[in-house]
Design a protein. Sequence first.
Length: 452
Amino acid sequence: MKEINNKLTQKFDEYPEFGVLQGVKVFITGTNIAGPFAGCLMAEMGAKVLQAEAPTIACQTRGTLSWSQNHRNEYSITINTAKPAGKKIFYKCIEWADIWIEAGKPGSYKKRGITDESCWERNKALMIVHVSGYGQFGPSKDKPSYDVSGQAMGGYMYLNGEKPTSSPLKVNPYLSDFITAYNTCMVALSGYIHALRTGEGDSCDVAQYDTMFRLLDNYPAKWFNNGYPKQGEPVPYRTGNKSDQAACFSFYDTKDGGSMFVAITGQGPVTRGFPVIGMGKPGVDPDIPKDCTGFPLFDPRGQKAEKLCEEFCASHTCDELEEIFGKAGVPCQRAYGPADIEKDPQYEARENLVEWEDQCFGKMKGIGVTNIFKKNPSQIVASAPCFGEHNREVLQSFGYTDEEIDKLYKNKELATWTPAETAKRKLFVEWGFFWDPERQAKRLGLEYTPKK
């Protein structure tokens, strides 16, 4: 496992130049995942990302492994836009940024006099992304939302379940949040490219539920052209780990009690894979055309192929199936757990698992960078920041004096937590967040009494 030699803290005026997004400045207001995780993705690609939280309301993920994993390379300040001093700081950030991503309740900024237009008056090339559960307009815009809200309203849960008569099933972990963040990253950078070309900024309304709805592929076209089950009727698409459409495209139980995904679909895999399971060779067997790409489950030939695939997998172990299908060029994959991930040479080769030092937890292991750029690689250069850690540095770069900054702290316009304060506020010891509690607590100067 690669060990990252990162800094515990990164000065605001000394951010290293790396990655394809070096020089891009991203300002994020909002908490949790759907908006802020976009900042994580861009920060690892070299963007300078500044996240703001209210001085009295920290992000719910702060102090968890999620924060430490998903906010590396970023900067943290606190802003209260409900007060004039906070609004002034906010607009300084807007003037500084190329992209502003906000994830507040729709209309909350407008109530404070902050609009797209007021931001463009100060920075006409600014790209703005509004992230919410239901969008900035429409009858549901004011509904509160979490990850599952997007999965539920977007129709994604409707498709998923163990069987046609089971309840809708959500997907872990926080699929709607993370997919929305990827979508946010895409539209933010698209708008930024447009601004580079035209000099004019834009604004995009990103909703969790319609991000999930867009992922439903051809199912809406089926429903609204061919019809769909009535309320209370079985939902045929809920088939658990089995495909509801294609033969030989599912998870199959194996001889050693495992489960293997096999995909004998597409002309190549069918040509090579059908003979392996005893289905016959395309172009030789009279029932299988030479250019066959597979059969749907409603076709008798698809039903036959599915049964043969089930029987073949049930008579072999996972290791045997990987060898057999691998030689035949047929896609197959067992479902990995942590032990598989930790020992797999593919993970090792691509440095998917790395170790770095976090301000609060110390040495920790987790996900490395993904998307491997050849010339301008992404990097992990700094630990996730503590709450308001960069208030003073950022405001100084905006022209504030130390006296002005001290006054803001005195008036509780700003707030900062040290790593030890984070651990105390978030009950690291009491709630068992530390995995080596005595050592980790001592590292932060905290008392630890072993449980009897």
